[in-house]
Design a protein around this ligand. Structure first.
Ligand code: GSH
Length: 219
């Protein structure tokens, strides 16, 4: 049975799952959600009315939410890289850091990016200011937390790093990580050098002109 991934290569939450797939060389087929594939979009909407991607289809099973997809892959398609660590204490920290990157980095980034796509009279200046403040606070906390860690949950690459890589990649484009956050910047570089994420970044390169805030000429 071939795994099918509904989503788009430029999507941060899809990249989070791609990293997990690439880490363990798990075979899958893309079901790309784009205007050129209206049938795929219709199938996706029928399976998942909330229409947030990625969605993983495994035979009759549909799995949504990037974190749950990665946990699902670990259970049903385990490989040499255990993204949810076997030690439950380390696994708890991996899940904790995964939540931090989704809720306090990716969510404010989405707020800023989506707001920029609105008509000027529909924009939410206060919400965007709050999102930028949240990113500053998150960067400060991460700077201290990552000072003594190679990877987000400690020594091994985990679910938390799958979340961190695209979150910090787009966060820096959206609300630049200040040079004083040295450990965070070094961590982002480590993530970019990881072959699984480097591959996802390369595959998404053709779509950079579509980044609503304008993609910077780096990374
Ligand atoms: N909590 C979800 C978030 C998924 C999400 O927000 N995906 C974005 C793409 S990166 C999306 O579906 N955007 C479409 C939209 O907002 O209409 C997850 O972890 O999978």
């Amino acid at each position: 049975m071939t795994l099918e991934l509904y989503g788009h290569p430029f999507s941060s939450y899809c990249q989070k799952v791609l990293i997990a797939l690439y880490e363990n060389a798990t075979p899958f087929e893309w079901r790309t959600l784009s205007p050129e594939h209206p049938d795929t979009r219709a199938q996706f909407a029928a399976m998942w009315p909330l229409k947030r991607f990625p969605l993983l289809k495994d035979g009759d099973a549909t799995v949504t939410e990037s974190t749950v997809i990665i946990e699902y892959l670990g259970l049903h398609y385990p490989g040499p890289v255990r993204l949810v660590p076997d030690d439950p204490r380390v696994a708890l920290e991996a899940r904790h850091m995964d939540r931090i990157f989704d809720n306090y980095v990716s969510t404010p980034v989405q707020k800023i990016v989506f707001d920029s796509m609105r008509e000027p009279h529909e924009r939410d200046a206060r919400g965007v200011a709050d999102a930028r403040a949240m990113l500053d606070t998150a960067y400060g906390w991460l700077e201290r937390t990552l000072a003594e860690r190679d990877w987000a949950a400690g020594r091994g690459f985990s679910l938390a790093d799958c979340a961190a890589a695209p979150a910090l990649f787009y966060a820096d484009w959206t609300h630049r990580i200040d040079a004083r956050f040295e450990h965070l910047i070094e961590y982002r570089k480590r993530l970019l050098a990881r072959p699984s994420f480097a591959r996802a970044v390369d595959e998404a390169r053709p779509f950079r002109p579509f980044f609503p805030l304008g993609a910077p000429d780096r990374d």
